[in-house]
Structures are given as C-alpha cells and as structure tokens.
Design a protein around this ligand. Sequence first.
Ligand code: SF4
Length: 396
Amino acid sequence: MPPPRTRGTALRHRLAELRGPDVPAKALDARALAALAANPGCRRRAILDGAGVNKAALASALGSPSAFGQSQFAFMRGNAFEARVKADGGADLLRLAHEKLDPHSEPPAHARVPELSAIGPEGRAARTALALREAVEAGGWTLLDHPMLALDVAGSPAFLEPDAVVVHPDGGWTVVEIKSFPMLDGSADPAKVGAAARQAAVYVLALEEVAARMEPAPAVRHQVLLVCPKDFSNLPTASVVDVRKQRAVTRRQLARLTRVQDIADALPEGTCFSPQLPAEQLTVAVESVPATYAPECLSACELAFHCRERSRARGAVTSLGRSVRAELGGLTTVEDVLAAARGAAGDPDDPAVAALRRAAHLRAEALGRQQPKTPGGQHPDAPAQRAEPPEAARCH
Ligand code: SF4
C-alpha cells in the first residue's frame, strides 16, 4: 500500500481529473457541508463535493438548472440585518449572548472586538486562532466578527466563516448565527432553524479543531446563539439552539467523505464532470455514480431537479420521501411495490409486503362498494360476493 502522502496526492490528482482540465475547484463552505448532513447516503453528492465540482454549473449543463440559492433581495436584507446586530461593537449581540447563555456572568460592557484581517484564508485562519487564544488568556467577553476557521475535509482544508464567535468570561466559545428570517413570539420556521443548526454544527466542529490545539483546550459550547429579527421588526432577538445531534451527524458524514477515494475508484476510466462537456456525456458521467434522491434535496442540493427526474423515471420510492422509503423495507421501486401488493412478488412474511397486500385488499373492497356492478351483477355487500375477495388488487 502506498504511503499516506502518496495516496493523498494520487487522490487529489484523480479528483482534479474528475473536475476537468483547467476547471478550478469550488471550495466547500459551511452551507455545502451542512447539506451533506441533510442527505448523508448520497455518493453522487459526496464525490462531486469532494472533487470541488461546481454543481450549479453542472446542473445547468445537464439541462436542469437549479432554483437553489438565496435571492439578491434576501441577501441584501440579511446583510443589512447583520450590520444592525453588530453595530456599536456588537452591543446588541453581546447583550443577547449574556442574557440567553451566561446571565450569571459579568455584563459584556467592556467586550473586546479584535481586528482579524490578514492575507488569504490561511492567514485569516491563523489570525483567528491567535485571537481566540488571546481572548481566553485575557478573560472577560470577546466578540470575533467573521472569524475564519479551517476544517479538514477529506484531507484538504475547507475555510469557513461564521457570522461571529463569542468568547465567554469562563473561556468557553459560542458560535453565533445571524439570520434574516423572523422569530415570531420566540419561535421561527422549524425548517429554517434546522438548516441554521446544521450550518452552525459545522462551525462548532471547526472550532473544536482550533480548541484541540490549545492547552488546556477551551470548551466549545454545543448550544449556539441564533439571532433573528423580532416579529416583523428590525430589532434583534435570539434563541439558543442545541446542535449536538447535527454536530454528530455532520461529523459522521465528514468521516465518510474520506471514502471519496472508494467512490472515485469505482468510476469508469475517463469519467469527467466538466460543465464544458456535452449534456449527453455529462448525463452518463453523473448517472455512473449512485444517488439517493429525497424530496429534501430540493432545498439542499443544486442537482435536485436532475436527480428527481431520474429518480421518478426509474420509479424509485425514495422520490416519495424518506418516511415512505423506510416503511417499504427492501422494496425500492414503485413497480416492486405494486407487484407485492398484487401478490405477484414478495415474501408474504415480510411485514411491508403483508401490509401492502392488506391495503390493496381493502382498497379493492372499497372500490367494489363504489361500483355496485360486480362481474356477477350483484352488490359486493351481498353475502355471496363478500365470501371471496377480489382476486387481484389494483394499485395505480
Ligand atoms: S440532489 Fe442528487 S446529488 Fe444532490 S444530494 Fe440529492 S440525490 Fe444527491
């Protein structure tokens, strides 16, 4: 087996080939890493993200452009709200952190806001690590505005920029996410909060890597501060979100990403995802990697329209949602499900098959009631007709 460095170089070379000649790698950001955790079983997404393929450009080249991303208006509104929250040295933000996370500590009246500018992402990440160390040593409150964190992803650093990190008087670190969706009566849209929590969990993992290099390692809190506009005003309010679950899922998923090598090895020779290739050739390349489409992809992945079309064409039950997929056990296509329901296939002892046959039977009975004219010309409720259930259940 080649030494790790050689293997790492070979993998980078292979991933560059998959991306295409002269196509720059698209850096992974926290949103992309968080989306990986939203669909952990998708090998297609794993290899495309691992190779730094621009999925939005790929989706357009495939003829299924994504409708995924933030509108310009939402982007500007988000920036304006963030500037409002961080005005006056982050007074509002620190007040909320004190109130929601650390009410028994000293008030953050004299918090430090260190300058974090440096050249390049590596330089900014090093400057952030130094500022965190200095903040812990100095004690009191410190606000890091747009720090830069590096997270090792499949052997390469991904540079991530949280909205803010707060250092508490006890030396603990908290990730702050500032979002422009409203918090009404203290609660916000659960789907948006879930997406923010997954994103914050990525920052928590990256902060843990920084903390691990310090002695003693400061505590990275697993409760993050989500700051949003209060009701429909421009006033900030906040809630504390526990991201332990999202952190665990993302961590597991990132560990699996290191198996990008295995996925790459299984691809046919010459596979390339360059958006400059003709659509037919790209379709073959993309379809050579297994995908697990689920409706959640629509809000998390640029390839969603392409994968949904293919999934439907194959009759895959995943396109009906994860809960339906879980209920159906080993039946993976709509065709299999219908055959099992008709009694033409499937093990009758399989609970999913038994439930389908029962459902098909009930459906046929119900349809029989709505159609009084049965082949025998009698009403299906007549005793003689009810003794024998319909031979085959019809499912459409
Ligand atoms: S849209 Fe396609 S590539 Fe993206 S996560 Fe879903 S199945 Fe995977």
